[in-house]
Design a binder for this molecule. Structure first.
Ligand SMILES: NC(=O)c1ccc[n+]([C@@H]2O[C@H](COP(=O)([O-])OP(=O)(O)OC[C@H]3O[C@@H](n4cnc5c(N)ncnc54)[C@H](O)[C@@H]3O)[C@@H](O)[C@H]2O)c1
Length: 270
């Protein structure tokens, strides 16, 4: 079990969407403080003011998680103020959402950096302290897109496939040395946060953010290795393994409509 009571929780991308809701949920479950790292200064200001007014201990830092120097400097500032991270949630993410042939080189690099390498660099900085204390929990927010190849999100899929592989490997490495540090990999289907605005899913319902964060909080508490949401997402690896790829494309892609979910994607308009 990971103890949420009195824990210090650091969530990247914590100023909106799943990150914000999860931080709030963990505070209501007894966490001591919620540390927000986000690139959006005004969202941080609003959230810190609102949660502080409710009596919570919340600190916000403007950090671009793709910048290793900023990661190191911000962690040094936190350590100097006596802040030690018990639960790290690697949550910040972006989606470009267009055919691969329309991506610029900057689109590719940025999406891979935010969604994949940033998680590795931040974890590389936070993990040694957790290993020394033999305590801590790292939560990596991947996606159901790490379990199939969906059109109009090729680089997003690549970034999340990489996260799932890295996160699982890290978990096994820590288990092999009997470390108490836990790793949870989260793979949700579409969630109604606005990140994937315009997405249409005819068969599998789009997830509600409150449900998702409650499940993630339970997974942290229960030291779950993997959380796939909704339940039917657990079938994806099995179906990919046993069905010929052309059948998989027809059944999952066309009958379930997955391959057309992104056809009307607009994403965030800001
Ligand atoms: N929304 C979905 O349908 C869905 C489904 C599966 C997985 N996910 C994953 O869940 C996570 C959260 O998604 P969300 O829907 O809450 O998104 P969101 O857009 O609501 O929140 C993302 C946050 O990350 C921050 N951010 C973006 N780039 C950053 C950077 N370089 N440095 C620091 N912060 C940065 C943004 O400012 C924002 O506050 C993402 O990793 C996403 O890929 C989302």
């Amino acid at each position: 079990m990971t103890t949420i009571t009195n824990a210090t929780v650091l969530i990247t991308g914590g100023a909106s969407g799943i990150g914000l809701l999860l931080g709030t949920q963990l505070l209501t479950r007894g966490a001591k403080q919620f540390i927000i790292w986000d690139i959006n200064q005004s969202a941080i200001n609003t959230v810190v003011a609102e949660l502080t007014a409710k009596g919570h201990q919340v600190h916000g830092f403007v950090v671009d998680v793709t910048n290793v120097t900023q990661i190191q400097q911000t962690l040094a500032t936190m350590i100097a103020s006596g802040i030690t991270v018990d639960i790290l949630v690697n949550n910040a993410g972006i989606v470009v959402g267009k055919p691969f042939y329309e991506h610029s080189h900057a689109d590719i690099d940025n999406e891979m950096a935010v969604n994949t390498t940033a998680l590795m660099h931040l974890t590389r900085e936070v993990l040694p302290g957790m290993m020394e204390r033999n305590r801590g929990h790292i939560v990596n927010i991947s996606s159901a897109a790490s379990l199939l190849a969906n059109p109009r999100m090729s680089v997003y899929c690549a970034s999340k496939w990489a996260v799932t592989g890295w996160s699982e490997s890290l978990r096994i490495e820590l288990a092999q040395i009997n470390s108490a540090v836990q790793v949870t990999t989260v793979m949700p289907y579409y969630i109604n946060t606005g990140m994937f605005a315009g997405v249409r899913s005819p068969i599998i319902p789009i997830l509600k953010p409150d449900y998702v964060v409650a499940q993630i909080a339970n997974a942290i508490h229960g030291n779950r290795m993997v959380l796939r949401l909704p339940w039917i997402v657990n079938l994806l690896p099995v179906l990919r393994g046993i069905l010929p790829r052309s059948w998989f494309d027809v059944i999952v892609g066309e009958w379930f409509g997955i391959y057309h979910t992104m056809d009307k994607f607009t994403g965030r308009t800001r």
